[in-house]
Design a protein around this ligand. Structure first.
Ligand code: ADP
Ligand code: ASP
Ligand code: MG
Length: 404
């Protein structure tokens, strides 16, 4: 008898009919002789609506209350899913994150999982019950409700699979698996049969929202292989696992895009030790995640520094950067939104040359101007105008032969 963890995302539980579909799948899996744990998200749109409701009553709700509110989305789905299974003659029990034993840090709205004690899950499984666990939520040692960041049900599923040493972890979503690019952007994108943790991690953290990036990081750390597949059909999905033979034969595995970025350029920054740290320490203290950073060569004792971040975060910063610039005696601060990032990812890049050349050539031929470039061992990313991002994704997809 195998132990199987199945996670269903928002669209897959978006209507009563779809919840019934999830119930049927879980029952079928159990009737094939397996123990089944199902992790569910809030019904599609519910979490966004809860955030809107909060903003309607308070301009800056406390994060503690935000988590109490957001956790209700998943709590609705676990009860409905368990009811559906019971109505079909099966045996199911719903469990909140806390009841499932998910212990987290106290950083509300982006808590980290610190421990999982799945005692209740184990007991219910022993009784032949299907356990329906609320994704995205946990509890602190003091009993405060927390959430794990947007898309966090993926993390719940992977973490529970790790804690229970499950034989199989399946992530059911509204596409057939991980594609070479978001199929909504590049219709020719192809499903990837097998991908390494590191590749999906780079894709997820550079905008491919098919999996929450923290969940992939967790899967890599605890070596939890999983499958991403559709809840609407029985097609085989994408297997995500550690590196495998033949991995390096494919140079580019996939392309990610990330919209809604902003670029800040500070001109005439005095070129002396410690100046850059003044800016980035202030930004770190404001909890802002900085992405690409470029510093120009120094001309007559001063230099220009540019960096990118999420556009909403820049807005929240107000005049912080301008104040630091004035303190250190720098020149102008130029802020530009309406930019986006395109990343090409593949472990094969480690052993192949010419990837940057191919990327820059295809973007150049399409008249797409590159504003910044950043690279890692397995990724090349460019910052471009947001209005060009879909065109750029299609150009790169074609240039790397990903539709073939
Ligand atoms: P769920 O609600 O099941 O968690 P998400 O909306 O979080 O689903 O993720 C699925 C969506 O991710 C797809 O509908 C697709 O538009 C988007 N997506 C972005 N990049 C990719 C990619 N490379 N492969 C597949 N889907 C992707
Ligand atoms: N409901 C949460 C969200 O919308 C978590 C999830 O769906 O994974 O972000
Ligand atoms: Mg998701």
């Amino acid at each position: 008898m195998a132990l199987i963890v199945q996670k269903f995302g928002g669209t897959s539980v978006g209507t009563p009919e779809r919840i019934l579909n999830v119930a049927r799948r879980a029952l079928e899996t159990q009737r094939e002789g397996n123990s089944v744990v199902v992790v569910v998200s809030a019904m599609s749109g519910v979490t966004d609506n809860l955030i809107k409701l909060a903003k309607a009553v308070s301009p800056a709700p406390t994060e503690r209350e935000m988590d109490v509110l957001l956790a209700t989305g998943e709590q609705t789905t676990i009860a409905l899913t368990a009811m559906a299974i019971n109505a079909m003659g099966g045996k199911a029990v719903s469990l909140t994150g806390a009841q499932a034993g998910i212990l987290t840090s106290g950083v509300h709205t982006k808590a980290k999982i610190e421990n999982i004690a799945p005692r209740q899950i184990r007991n219910h499984l022993k009784d032949g019950q299907i356990c329906i666990v609320a994704g995205f939520q946990g509890q602190t040692l003091e009993g405060r409700i927390t959430t794990l960041g947007r898309g966090g049900s993926d993390l719940t599923a992977i973490a529970i699979a790790a804690a229970l040493k499950a034989d199989l972890c399946q992530i059911y979503t509204d596409v057939d698996g991980v594609y070479t690019c978001d199929p909504r952007v590049v219709p020719e994108a192809k499903k990837i049969d097998i991908i390494a943790y590191d590749e999906l991690l780079e894709m997820a953290s550079s905008g491919s929202k098919v999996m929450q990036s923290r969940s992939v990081e967790f899967a890599k750390k605890f070596n939890v292989p999983f499958e991403v597949r559709s809840s609407f059909n029985n097609n085989r999905g994408t297997i995500v696992k550690e590196e495998f033979i033949g991995l390096e034969n494919v140079v580019v595995r996939g392309i990610s895009i990330e919209r809604n970025q902003a670029k800040v350029t500070i001109t005439n920054v005095p070129d002396r030790p410690g100046t850059a740290s003044r800016f980035f320490t202030a930004l770190a203290e404001a909890n802002v995640v900085i992405d690409v950073i470029v510093q120009n060569i120094s001309v007559s004792g001063s230099t220009d520094i540019s960096f990118t971040m999420n556009a909403d975060e820049l807005e929240k910063l107000g005049g912080l950067i301008d104040r630091v610039a004035s303190d250190v005696g720098a020149g102008e601060v130029i802020k530009k939104s309406g930019i986006a990032k395109l990343s090409v990812v593949g472990i094969g890049m480690r052993s192949h040359s010419g990837v940057a050349a191919t990327l820059f050539e295809c973007l150049g031929a399409g008249g797409v101007n590159i504003q910044m470039i950043s690279t890692s061992e397995i990724k090349i990313a460019v910052i471009i105008d947001e209005e060009r991002i879909e065109q750029a994704a299609r150009l790169a997809h074609e240039a790397f032969g990903l539709s073939a």
